[in-house]
Design a protein around this ligand. Structure first.
Ligand code: ZN
Length: 236
């Protein structure tokens, strides 16, 4: 903690002075470009991976980047998204999952010894990923270990986008393109960010690799070869 306190000392005395004009501009209002929903995991820094300044991202975080469906009691996630759309006029919502997500491990391995008794609140919260768990049981029996967790994180982002669509203000706006929903994945060990291409049915790396001959592409597990499932609605 001492290191963090020293960081605040530095920011108060030196760091903030480099942004005074921006802070002054933000004094009365915020106009973020996107609502960014991601996991509470400390290794994801939304403003770093998007190179965003203060005021540019409206960030919602929780364990597993989950979005409880509309109508769920005490749904702070939906409240935040509703505020982002109606009050702030945000038109783009990103749900960003990540590799090595402890929440996804718990989703696909719910009977790990001790999980239920040691983390009862987490277990209850992860019920909002029940659809993810069922998809994994039905379509990903052939995977195990990190490959299984990785696939779960990808599937979960898409499941949570479906949950977002249960919010009336999104249901009304997404179909007409007034609000756009984006599924992203952050790969912790490389720092790379991927986005879901609904036409290709897979996550693709943003941008091109400056050191390589072509943009990197990583094939998402082809679920159609593994029993098939519904076609995703439009997202990017
Ligand atoms: Zn996580």
């Amino acid at each position: 903690m001492q290191q963090l306190v020293e960081g605040v000392h530095y920011f108060n005395n030196i760091g903030r002075t480099q942004h005074l004009q921006l802070f002054e501009k933000l004094k009365h209002r915020q106009e973020p470009e996107a609502c960014f929903i991601t996991c509470a995991d400390s290794r994801i820094v939304p403003t770093l991976i998007t190179q965003a300044d203060p005021g540019e991202l409206f960030i919602v975080r929780n364990v597993g980047n989950l979005v409880p469906c509309y109508g769920t009691t005490n749904n702070g996630e939906m409240a935040a998204v509703e505020y982002a759309i109606v009050e702030l006029g945000i038109e783009d919502i990103v749900i960003c999952g990540h590799t090595g997500c402890g929440a996804m491990k718990a989703v696909v391995s719910p009977d790990e010894p001790g999980t239920r008794s040691k983390l009862p609140s987490v277990r209850e919260w992860l019920r909002h990923a029940d659809a993810t768990a069922e998809i994994m049981r039905t379509h990903y029996q052939h995977l195990s270990g990190e490959a299984l967790y990785h696939a779960a994180a990808e599937e979960n982002v898409l499941v949570q986008l479906e949950h977002l669509r249960t919010l009336p203000v999104i249901a009304a706006r997404a179909c007409s393109g007034q609000v756009r929903l984006h599924a992203w994945m952050f790969q912790i060990d490389t720092g790379e960010v991927y986005r879901y291409d609904s036409e290709a049915g897979q996550f693709e790396r943003f941008g091109s690799d400056p050191g390589g001959p072509a943009p990197a592409r990583r094939q998402r597990t082809n679920i159609r070869e593994n029993g098939g499932r519904r076609i995703r609605r439009k997202s990017s």
